[in-house]
Write a protein that binds this ligand. Sequence first.
Ligand SMILES: [Zn+2]
Length: 462
Amino acid sequence: MLKSTIAAMTLACAAVGGAQAQGLSQTASALSEKALTDKTAWNVVESLTTEIGPRPVGSPAMERAKDWGLAKLKELGFENVHAEPFTTPAWSRGAESAEVVGPYPQPLHILGLGNSSPTPPGGLTAEIALFPTYRALLAQPPGSLTGKIAVVTEKMTRTQVGSGYGGINPNRTAGPLEAKKRGAVGYLTRSLSTDDTRLPHTGGSAPAGIPAAALSTPDAELLEHMVARGKPVTVRLNMASSSNPAAQAWNVVGEIRGREAPDEVIVIGGHLDSWDPGTGAFDDGAGIAITTAAAKLAGAQPPRRTIRVVMFGSEEQGGSSGAYLAAHKDEVGKMIVTGESDEGPGPIWTLNLPKGSADHPAMGAFLTAIGPLKVIVDRNPSSRGGADIQGLMAAGVPLIDLIPDANRYFDLHHSADDTLDKIDPADLAQSTAVWTAFLYTVANSDIDFRKLAAAAPATPTR
Ligand SMILES: [Zn+2]
């Protein structure tokens, strides 16, 4: 074929692609603008936090949350609304208290960590061994903490991407186990939090067979001041809890069915379960609200492809991701893209597209549509995802990362302060608008992220 003919054909294709992309972009712009004033996302998170509140996996509230999710999706016009049951281990908190017995007796503010063991009846009283960093705890030889309550008081760093949390996460998740290996009979960590209130922040930990709790950040500093005075400090913990090795859980699903390619599915969602102290507004009522509202807005006119919203049923204590993958392993090859909103209400300040897709007209249309929303496009391909979609990601489903500003997230996360009033409706709407534009452009194009990734050159670096 002559070079000029090829060039002419390429031009013709580009013209068709361009016209389609322009149409996609115009509608996506209009929809994302509509999302900025639409109240659906706010109404969803207001309803969930008010009518259900805290909803740990395995609790009666989580069962009510499942019924709430089914009713909400039906009310909003989703199709194929159903719950996919699975079982997963669940830990439940009982009564808890802590105090310094001596030399400066006073109460401490704690929250037990998920999978903590209960204390013996009458409580556990022991001298503390305090470490300013997790690394200092790990440097202790086996047996060196015998009979002690190990305390780690390392501070978490505030960052826009939430990387301070990732960096310090083992202090909570693996700390109890590492303390136990060295002989400790109990474990306390400074809350993985950036706030300065006296509310502790809970979270999951690996089962270690010892009582383990988070101290509020001022209480961690209080113990540091006591230890600095040189006398042995003794603490009493009283902690009750129970565990269910096979609690009933559900992933709650609703779809907007595609009109041309219904078996090509976009899978998005957040998690419906929450920790118990707050009402689960930031974590993750906001994610449920954003993804549900965006799917409804993007699917107001039946899309080409199916948009599926999954309200994952056990993120905090694990289980949703594996259960969802197991139930859908025969379908993953048809999943176009997946994404999870689980870092708060936003605003979304940056995003990473699936590898090799930035120059595709559909992604051009998406990025044009969200121009007014002030989102920085990171040139690196998406890689982050969320805990509930790790299974899908590992199975090769392409990923979209729409990343909210996390500066405030860890002031509230897993604490009694994770409540509705902390959500700025404008931030929630901006996030919904970004998701809406993405869903609309992908659901109404034939973009094939796997093909684009396979054809892409090596990953660009900054
Ligand atoms: Zn979460």
